[in-house]
Design a protein around this ligand. Structure first.
Ligand SMILES: O=C(O)/C=C/C(=O)CC(=O)C(=O)O
Ligand code: MG
Length: 217
């Protein structure tokens, strides 16, 4: 498991919320006018062989499979045309979420840090080099729990494309090599319980480019 491209720098995990049309509809949210941005601490990283751990007090623990974009060269105020030059590669990632904590925080206008940033909240997969994914516009992204499909969608449903996200973020945050950008969850984000096992993957033109497997404890 080569995560050197993540932890070697381990600068930022920047997450985009509500970036798939079908999930926004499913969760009763309006289509955002600009990307919804939040962070996960690098202490939330786990790699294959580790267990996802449900934080104390969480009663609604949700899975979200996401396309992770690994930044290879830094930049600030990058245009959409230049954005992909910053990308080193990708990874199949999970944005594990304490949904009950998140709903309470949203209702009270509070930040999502506890809902999204706890230890083990960012399981990642192998690093996929950029040349393995020639076209980002239609990458199949799926997730199963104990073999039952829960999420199965495509990046074609994204509201903001990867170049748009990179360009937008670079206006506010200097992007650095090793940064990871989680680009949002497709429809089907939902509960997972202790004792169940999550499998997820990315597929390009019918070829699997990455799969991950994580037990939930
Ligand atoms: O309720 C919302 O607006 C968004 C909830 C999320 O969990 C955002 C994401 O992490 C996502 O859409 O991937
Ligand atoms: Mg998410």
């Amino acid at each position: 498991m080569d995560i050197s491209k993540f932890r070697q720098f381990g600068k930022k995990i920047i997450c985009i919320g509500r970036n798939y049309k079908a999930l926004a509809a499913e969760q009763g949210n309006p289509i955002p006018k600009s990307p919804i941005v939040f962070f996960k601490p690098t202490t939330s990283y786990i790699t294959p062989g580790d267990d996802i751990k449900i934080p104390p007090g969480c009663k609604e623990f949700f899975h979200e499979v996401e396309l992770g974009v690994v930044i290879g060269s830094g930049g600030k105020n990058v245009s959409e045309d230049e954005a992909m030059d910053l990308v080193a590669g990708y990874s199949c990632c999970l944005d594990m979420t304490c949904w009950d904590f998140q709903c309470a925080a949203k209702a009270d206008g509070q930040p999502w840090a506890l809902a999204k940033g706890f230890d083990t909240a960012c399981p990642v997969g192998d690093f996929i080099s950029k040349d393995k994914v020639k076209d980002l516009s239609d990458v199949r992204i799926w997730l199963k729990i104990d073999g039952t499909t829960k999420q199965d969608s495509s990046t074609s449903d994204m509201i903001f494309t990867v170049p748009k996200i990179i360009s937008y973020l670079s206006q506010y945050f200097t992007l650095e090599p090793g940064d990871l950008i989680l680009t949002g969850s497709p429809a089907g984000a939902g509960p997972v319980a202790s004792g169940e096992t999550i499998e997820a993957g990315l597929e390009v033109n019918g070829e699997t480019v990455s799969t991950i497997k994580y037990p939930v404890k």
